[in-house]
Design a binder for this molecule. Structure first.
Ligand SMILES: Cc1cc2nc3c(=O)[nH]c(=O)nc-3n(C[C@H](O)[C@H](O)[C@H](O)COP(=O)(O)OP(=O)(O)OC[C@H]3O[C@@H](n4cnc5c(N)ncnc54)[C@H](O)[C@@H]3O)c2cc1C
Length: 382
């Protein structure tokens, strides 16, 4: 049954329509974290989370589950696009965000596994490797200064790494990286919010928001107009639909998962070419995703379809680099939407007296999301 504005019961109206202090738009890691921290800061406030999708979650339940803070080629790329301070501020935010996530939910229940991470270099990456090799001592120094971690990046020969990938030339090992089950992480955040009496209402899309400075009106195609004293917009890659003037654009990431492959022995989170390609194990399966850099324009979309160009490129990499030419069955394919922009730091901004935006997490939301949510909560009460 579809509840129309005329069909709200007295009780529903009382709970979900009247006297709402803050509506958080988006039930991903940022929106849920915002709601959780906000409720802890202001227990008497009436706070609710709305999401357009029945499962909620957006990129949060569709990502690869890397708990990571920056591979060397990603850092190199960041340093060409932004200054040193911003680059390592982002490393620090990722590191701190992962600690905060661990304090917020029991991440053991989300299959958190400190498996270590690797950046890989094949023959075509010789130039990138040359630059990385020169910069690694500097990256270690800077990373230590912002995280306290010693030797975050270690060079391994392919032999030392014991990785069986075809034509592998160089490896950088990042022993502090981990992997997580993003779906379970999301479920734990939802449970925590609900446990704090924050309703997480799914299946309501907000098409338009309007503020008169006192109240914000959220126009929905299915549930009429909802009113709230403040709104936190945590819609990440979908934000341009509501607030097109901000520097946030959608970027699609496509993923595939193989059938179980009993002979896989390696484990870890794997990064390739500035993080544009990534893979990991899920049990005996391989999850492989990314490649949006080979079809950049087409992937700047919030359409969740998959394309032949990207899927074939992923399959080619899988077959020739990871499986020595072997064909395997692909059991799952999906897409998710990132929020990206001219800069890599997320946007946390009060765009109107009672409208705050917390979005643009690129491919780093597992690490950045909880911290951004806490900052958004603090900004909301300021
Ligand atoms: C394929 C893929 C792999 C990734 N891998 C990793 C990784 O390994 N590690 C990592 O750190 N990050 C990764 N990321 C990035 C990470 O998933 C995101 O940065 C993070 O999930 C963003 O969280 P969020 O809460 O800001 O947005 P989302 O999780 O996208 O949540 C936004 C929510 O807003 C809702 N919404 C949007 N518009 C509206 C509207 N108008 N009305 C109502 N609801 C609305 C959406 O339905 C969505 O649920 C990956 C992303 C993708 C797509």
């Amino acid at each position: 049954m579809q509840i129309t504005p005329q069909q709200w019961s007295f009780w529903e109206k009382d709970l979900y329509l009247q006297g709402i202090d803050v509506t958080v738009l988006g039930a991903g890691i940022v929106g849920l974290s915002t709601a959780i921290f906000l409720k802890q800061l202001r227990p008497s406030w009436k706070i609710q989370v709305l999401d357009q999708w029945t499962l909620g979650g957006g990129a949060t339940t569709r990502n690869a589950g890397f708990a990571c803070f920056g591979s060397p080629t990603e850092l190199l790329s960041d340093l060409t696009n932004q200054d040193e301070e911003t680059t390592f501020q982002l490393v620090q935010a990722r590191w701190n965000g992962l600690q905060l996530l661990q304090q917020t939910i029991d991440i053991g229940l989300a299959d958190y596994t400190p498996c270590g991470g690797y950046e890989l270099f094949f023959p075509e990456d010789a130039e990138a490797w040359e630059r990385v090799e020169k910069q690694l001592p500097y990256f270690n120094l800077m990373t230590k200064s912002v995280t306290g971690v010693d030797h975050a990046y270690q060079v391994l020969t392919p032999g030392q790494s014991k990785l069986p990938f075809h034509d592998l030339k160089q490896v950088v090992y990042m022993h502090h990286e981990a992997r997580i089950h993003p779906g379970k992480m999301h479920q734990l955040l939802v449970s925590k919010a609900i446990g704090l009496s924050v309703p997480v209402i799914r299946g309501i899309e907000v098409e338009h928001l309007h503020t008169d400075g006192e109240m914000v009106q959220l126009t929905t195609p299915t549930h009429g107009i909802l009113r709230t004293r403040q709104v936190v917009v945590a819609t990440n890659g979908f934000t341009p639909r509501l607030l097109p003037d901000l520097d946030i654009r959608p970027a699609r990431n496509q993923v595939l998962v193989t059938e179980p492959l009993p002979d896989i022995k390696w484990d870890g989170t794997f990064h390739y070419q500035e993080g544009y390609v990534y893979f990991r194990r899920i049990g005996q399966r391989i999850l492989l995703g990314g490649m949006r850099h080979i079809d950049r324009q087409a992937e700047m979309t919030d359409n969740l379809a998959q394309t032949t160009v990207i899927q074939e490129a992923l399959e080619h990499f899988l077959r020739h680099r990871l499986l020595n030419g072997r064909d395997v069955r692909i059991t799952d394919r999906w897409s998710g939407i990132l929020g990206v922009g001219g800069q890599k730091l997320p946007i946390l901004q009060r765009v109107a007296p009672n409208v705050i935006v917390a979005a643009r997490l690129g491919g780093m939301g597992v690490a950045l999301g909880t911290g951004l949510g806490r900052q958004a909560a603090e900004l909301t009460i300021s």
